[in-house]
Design a protein around this ligand. Sequence first.
Ligand code: NAP
Length: 233
Amino acid sequence: MNDRTALVTGANKGIGHHIARLLVAEGFTVHVAARDPELGRRAAEEIGGRPLVLDVTDPGTIADAAARIDRLDVLVNNAGIAPSMAPPAGTDLDELRRTFETNVFGVVAVTNAFLPALRGSAHPRIVNVSSGTASLTWSTNPNPQFAPGHGGAAAYRSSKAALNALTVFYALTLDGFKVNALAPGLRSTDLTARAAAGGDPAEAAEGAVRLALLPDDGPTGGFFSWDGSPVPW
Ligand code: NAP
């Protein structure tokens, strides 16, 4: 089991860096993917991973990265952006496109590029880092506790809802894979401008690692909170 390999996108900081660190601790060879070569190199060095240049919006870096990796057991699609808190009526189309480019199209581009390597694994796992704010059930619940943002951050939340749909469709079509989406909970990272109410990103990373290590009789096509509880779509 010592030759298990994993790749985490956006692993130079935040939740992704913790996921990569925990997978190294689990004995994986971890490809610490980052779009900035120097940040990626430093992040990989810090945790004993392997740096890999990968911008999820850049087909060239995706192809180069995929060409370097023959076999992969775990892919964590973690890289994401949340550039705006605007509701749909105030959402600029360029911002919507940019958000989907990273959070949705980037995930498909990376996943499809690494499918040949994942098919070489006996237990392939894909973890898509989504968001509880993408839950349409929670978003429409009259209980404010479950209505995060009240329709704000429309680009980000709709991109993660699209990611959830893709998670289901990948799970339905990839035999032998476990493909699941994670809701990390609010975390204090750069993405949330270090939200004071945000929890420790390391705790969210544990949830991602749980999904990365699912046994063969574990769930696929599901949406799970960082603590392992199911999240409604
Ligand atoms: P973060 O600290 O801002 O980290 C985001 C990571 O994504 C960074 O490494 C960033 O790289 C990378 N990234 C952005 N665009 C990229 C691209 N085009 N190609 C490659 N990497 C790219 O944010 P985080 O909170 O850890 O977020 C990680 C994931 O968790 C995201 O998918 C986010 O939507 C999700 N999430 C976070 C929270 C939360 O409360 N923090 C809640 C729910 C979901 P650079 O350093 O180069 O920008």
